[in-house]
Ligand binder design. Structure first.
Ligand code: FES
Length: 166
């Protein structure tokens, strides 16, 4: 790969079940301000926060569903729908913008045939903007299924597009 590949991991997401949701809640309920950690753990486990999780969290936290829903929708990091099989996050923060992300971002959309913030209809890839991956020295940067890739150029984009076809 022409871009600098730094590190990475990918684990498959579990299918949602209320029982698993309750387990996650039980694991985090004792934490201070447990709503956010529970939402993060839900997304980590299922790849998104299922709508059905909201009433379970509300009951456990003694909050109204509207309050939990408000937290969920306020933070753009939380996905409302299952993610694609591959997740490509492209850094659009300042250092990457200065290093060419303004040009590479639309190229990602074209190469992956997917708009930012969306999952392709075939479910193969989700494309998301992200604000600094801590890889500014190798800007412009992206993350592919948890693996950091720096020095993004046309060749790297083509290789990432080929990777998400699998
Ligand atoms: S600004 Fe893109 S990795 Fe820091």
């Amino acid at each position: 790969m022409s871009g600098a590949s730094v590190s990475g991991s990918r684990h498959a997401h579990e299918a949602w079940s209320p029982e698993r949701g309750q387990e996650i809640i039980a694991d985090h309920i004792a934490l201070e301000g447990a709503t956010m950690p529970i939402l993060h753990a839900m997304q980590e486990t299922f790849g998104y926060v299922p709508q059905d999780a909201i009433p379970l969290i509300a009951d456990a936290m003694n909050l109204s569903r509207a309050e939990v829903h408000g937290v969920f929708t306020f933070y753009h990091d939380f996905r409302h729908e299952p993610a694609g099989r591959h997740i490509v996050k492209v850094c659009v923060a300042e250092a990457c913008q200065a290093a060419g992300a303004r040009e590479t971002s639309p190229k990602f959309e074209k190469a992956l045939d997917c708009a930012f913030g969306e999952t392709r209809p075939d479910g193969q890839v989700t494309l998301e903007p992200i604000y600094c991956l801590g890889l500014c020295a190798c800007a412009p940067s992206a993350m592919v299924d948890g693996r950091l890739v720096g020095l993004i150029d046309d060749e790297a984009i083509a290789e990432i597009a080929a990777e998400v076809r699998s």
